[in-house]
Design a protein around this ligand. Structure first.
Ligand code: DX5
Ligand code: ZN
Length: 225
């Protein structure tokens, strides 16, 4: 099972609704919605009002990736705006346990994101409560960066730990530099939720781009890094 999540960061924001419809018709499973505050990461993207308008017009599973300080403060508002999954960074300044609880209290999925410099072990205390772990495969902040292949052992370690805890259904999401060339490596390491921004939105034929990523993820045997 592969979940493909085009990241709107590479979409044309002047026609965001049409852009999302286009990738959904092209086979996207989730819409990855990147929120950046210019403090936690050195970039500013989009926030609550845009998600609220978008989710009213375009029905989708909105996968909200919060790259902001104090994410707990905004969980309720993003859930009300249409988020179906919220991931927050463990490096941001919110109590992780209560942030996960706040997300679950809204009846949606909870994910914990880790930057490239944060070790796998950081998520272990929370694995039993989490629906998803997001392993960043670039430094968060910008689309179109180069995939960090050295994140593969971290993905593998998290998958093994989850399996050892009997948590076979943990979703492991990867984000940054994912395309049909890099995806087999992260899939083979244990990831099953794939964010792709530029590899989908910068292509003329988005359906073909999504299909190519899905196919490459499914044919990952032997792609070990
Ligand atoms: C980066 C964002 C990503 C970004 C990925 O901080 O979290 O979701 O859009 O873009 P690509 O797929 O182009 O690396
Ligand atoms: Zn993201």
């Amino acid at each position: 099972m592969s979940i493909i999540c085009p990241s709107v960061l590479s979409a044309d924001f002047a026609s965001l609704g049409d852009e999302c419809r286009n990738v959904l018709e092209g086979g996207a499973d989730w819409i990855h919605y990147d929120v950046m505050d210019g403090v936690f990461v050195p970039n500013i993207s989009i926030g609550l009002p845009v998600l609220k308008s978008l989710s009213k017009k375009v029905e989708a599973f909105y996968d909200v990736h919060l790259m902001i300080t104090d994410p707990a403060k905004y969980v309720d508002a993003f859930a009300e705006a249409g988020a179906k999954h919220i991931s927050f960074h463990i490096e941001a300044q919110s109590d992780a346990d209560s942030t996960i609880d706040a997300i679950h209290n809204r009846g949606i999925l909870a994910g914990m994101a880790i930057k490239p410099g944060t070790p796998a072990e950081a998520v272990y205390p929370y694995l039993d409560k989490l629906d998803l772990v997001l392993v960043m495969t670039v430094e968060p902040g910008f689309g179109g960066q180069k995939f960090m292949a050295d994140m593969c052992p971290k993905i593998r370690a998290i998958r093994q730990k989850a399996d050892s805890l009997g948590k076979k259904d943990l979703l492991i999401q990867v984000d940054g530099g994912i395309d049909n060339v890099t995806v087999p490596y992260v899939a083979e390491a244990g990831a099953n939720v794939f964010v792709a921004g530029s590899a989908v939105f910068n292509k003329e034929d988005r359906a073909a781009a999504i299909a190519a990523i899905r196919k490459a993820a499914q044919n990952s045997a032997g792609f070990v890094l």
